[in-house]
Design a protein around this ligand. Structure first.
Ligand code: FDA
Length: 305
């Protein structure tokens, strides 16, 4: 129930104002690499030095004007230039609602194509994040449309959706690069498994499909059991670590991140930055309500000062 409440609150942007301030800074800075691109690039440099690659996410979603979508697209062009200039091992992840999907589909496609074309010039790659189920079909349609013209773009599939197995089979046939995650939104039982055990079981099934038939899949999870199962499945089927990568979120299970690198597996860290930290941070709290204790601890420490 707490998960549902936190996910509901993640959509109430008016709460952001109440929560902004020094008291929540420790929580936000745990999950978000800073407000500026420079700070984010410095984080990527540190990750690279620790043997990890990265994907940069300029936080923002659900823009409602053409101008805001254009500004977000320009920010991604700036990200690609910064990656190139600094020579960091990093690509970028974006959301279609940030590129204007809810304003006008063609505007969104134009913005994303511009970014993917720029990435191609730098021999780089763009990942389209997956949002709530209201956007699944259109996100896949736009992905396939762009992928037909440019191959340096990938997509995300969520194991909590019933439809995901058939989506993965189709994406594998196309040779598309898929990131597999469990799914972070509040979804109705009509479209998503209500029980976490079923989401986890489906994740393993989809991971196996991707490893056996997919194109350099990204296994995005902090679930140790799933990571262990992935490693065992790959090794049993002769799938070497250069044919897939693990992915994790900035600031989550840093111990496990280091272990994966020590064990010789590829690991990419999703590095979000920017001022629009509120919905992203609330989704991270919903995944692990114990993070609320972390915030309360921060509040108490601030009060004692
Ligand atoms: P699970 O929730 O079962 O957690 C396993 C363990 O990980 C927990 O026991 C805990 O130790 C740790 N953990 C997980 N979340 C934590 C948190 N917030 N704080 C502290 N510890 C935590 N979703 C989506 O809908 N669309 C997308 O495009 C993406 N993209 C994406 C990229 C990458 C690189 C990752 C890793 C994840 C996403 N996600 C996502 C989020 C994903 O759907 C999911 O919500 C989270 O990864 C949490 O699920 P786990 O797989 O980690 O498992």
């Amino acid at each position: 129930m707490l998960r549902g409440t936190l996910l509901y609150l993640s959509e109430q942007s008016s709460l952001k104002r109440m929560l902004s301030g020094p008291l929540t800074r420790p929580l936000v800075s745990r999950f978000v690499a800073g407000e500026s691109l420079n700070e984010a690039i410095e984080s990527v440099q540190r990750l690279n030095a620790a043997g990890m690659t990265a994907t940069l996410d300029n936080l923002g979603e659900s823009v409602s004007t053409t101008a805001a979508a254009g500004a977000a697209a320009m920010q991604y062009i700036a990200i690609l230039h910064a990656i190139e200039r600094k020579g960091v091992r990093c690509n970028a992840s974006l959301k279609l609602t940030q590129m204007g999907l809810d304003v006008d589909r063609d505007l969104c496609v134009r913005n994303v194509e511009r970014i993917v074309a720029q990435a191609a010039q730098f021999d780089n790659f763009i990942r389209i994040d997956m949002e709530s189920s209201a956007h699944t079909q259109i996100t896949l349609d736009i992905f396939k449309d762009i992928f037909a013209r440019r191959k340096n773009v990938g997509i995300v599939i969520q194991s909590y959706l019933y439809r995901s197995e058939s989506d993965i089979r189709e994406l594998n046939r196309l040779g598309a690069r898929v990131r597999l995650c469990k799914g972070a939104y509040n979804e109705p039982v009509s479209v998503a498994f209500p029980d976490k055990a079923d989401v986890d079981k489906n994740y393993v099934k989809l991971m196996q499909l991707l490893l056996s038939e997919g194109n350099y899949p990204a296994i995005a999870t902090h679930d140790e059991r799933v990571i262990e199962t992935t490693r065992a499945y790959a090794s049993k089927h002769g799938i070497t670590p250069d044919r897939y990568e693990f992915q994790m979120l900035y600031g989550i299970r840093r111990d496990l991140q280091q272990q994966i690198v020590r064990d010789g597996y590829g690991l990419r860290i999703y590095v979000p930055y920017g001022e629009e930290w509120y919905p992203y941070t609330m989704r991270r709290m919903a995944e692990r309500p114990a993070n609320l204790l972390f915030v309360l601890g921060g509040v108490l420490r601030e009060k004692r000062r």
